[in-house]
Design a protein around this ligand. Structure first.
Ligand SMILES: [Mn+2]
Length: 378
């Protein structure tokens, strides 16, 4: 059995006001083209198909297009579970009917974990759910957090599982090797629970030959070569600029498991550019850019000026001012409070135009300010 493991598509995601839809369509259609050239028996999508519970219509259209192409054009069965960003019930719409077409979508948790057998391999589909939902479903008051819940769910699988067969688990969550520090997270993953621990220890999964995980956006293994996050196909936050986005090709039998990453080529890369404003403003790029300005003073209108050369500029920060800013800020506030509105405008004009306000403009400013005050006092 050879399958492709991917996760966290987050279709419809908006990053710093930029829709990622065009970039998502590019990589996902490329995925279909790649798969057509590969000798693959199944595609696994381990949760967070969409970025929101109610995705925009364009996102649903893209998901439908990609699933259609994978199943009908490439002729490959697809296995999908809900992640914490998906709406469990909405994702499951029509799932039973779609299953007969080899699109296997598991949105909601069930008492008996769903098993789909393809060739000689059993895939167990464990969609994301919080521990309270699982506690109610299994009517088990011992379940106090997501780790307890996962252990109980796996117990139900093991009751009917044949350990001589190849058994693969598809799950979505925060799996760690001992502690949180054992894995690398990113800023674009939403916490799984509020108030209780959101982690599940990797040892819980020892019964499986492979565990296809979703949730963490960086591709990584957890303790074992066979417990893996494929990561997201695109960079979805500044904290991900150094990730190498990939799909995993898993070649599995009872005797051995081989995992081969396939690097993904994006339509636009996402990266950080560091330098002074005057250096950066002479460059240009069509990638998504986070600027780290080394200037020691604020540059007026910096982002708008940079956007003329970098249409996909996403963010800007001053790297050297960060630490001093808080103390500076109180100082600045004190100075500002002492100044009149006229003086403040003179400062602003000075800074923005890089010249003094002349007498004619000063007179005009006084006139306007008097009008404003008169209007306010009425
Ligand atoms: Mn997630």
């Amino acid at each position: 059995m050879k399958f492709l493991h991917t996760a966290d598509w987050h279709i419809g995601k908006i990053v710093n006001e930029f829709s990622m839809l065009e970039d998502q369509a590019f990589v996902l259609n490329q995925l279909v083209e790649d798969i057509k050239q590969m000798d693959i028996d199944a595609v696994i999508m381990a949760g967070d198909l969409y970025d929101r519970a109610i995705p925009p219509k364009e996102a649903v259209v893209l998901a439908t297009t990609i699933f259609n192409r994978l199943v009908k054009e490439a002729g490959i069965p697809v296995l999908v579970i809900a992640g914490n960003h998906d709406s469990n019930e909405r994702l499951e719409y029509g799932a039973e009917l779609l299953s007969s077409s080899d699109l296997h979508i598991e949105g909601t948790v069930k008492e008996t974990v769903r098993k789909v057998t393809i060739k000689d391999t059993n895939f167990y589909l464990l969609p994301f759910a919080d521990h309270v939902t699982i506690r109610q479903l299994l009517e088990d008051d011992e379940i106090k957090d997501i780790q307890d819940a996962t252990i109980k769910q796996i117990e139900t699988i093991r009751q009917e599982m044949n350990p001589d067969e190849v058994n693969v688990l598809i799950a979505h969550g925060y799996v760690v090797n001992g502690g949180k520090e054992s894995v690398e997270d990113s800023d674009s993953e939403r916490p799984l629970s509020i108030g209780t621990a959101e982690y599940v220890d990797v040892d819980v999964f020892e019964a499986f030959d492979y565990v296809a995980l979703g949730h963490l956006h960086k591709a990584q293994k957890v303790k074992h070569e066979t417990v893996r996050y494929s990561g997201s196909p695109l960079k979805y936050s500044k904290s991900e600029v150094n990730h190498k986005k990939q799909y995993l090709i898993v070649d599995i039998s009872k005797e051995s498991t081989k995992v081969e990453p396939v690097e993904i080529r994006a339509l636009r890369d996402m990266k950080t550019l560091r330098g002074t404003f005057s250096d950066l403003v002479t460059g240009e790029s069509d990638d998504f850019i986070f600027f780290e300005l080394e200037d020691d003073h604020y540059v007026m209108d910096a982002m708008n000026q940079l956007r003329r050369r970098y249409p996909y500029a996403m963010g800007l920060e001053y790297v050297y001012q960060k630490n001093e800013r808080s103390t500076d800020q109180t100082e600045i506030k004190r100075t500002i409070e002492k100044k009149s509105m006229i003086e403040l405008f003179e400062d602003f004009y000075n800074e923005y135009k890089d010249m003094e306000l002349d007498d004619i403009r000063k007179a005009a400013l006084h006139g306007i300010w008097e009008d404003v005050q008169r209007a306010e006092n009425k």
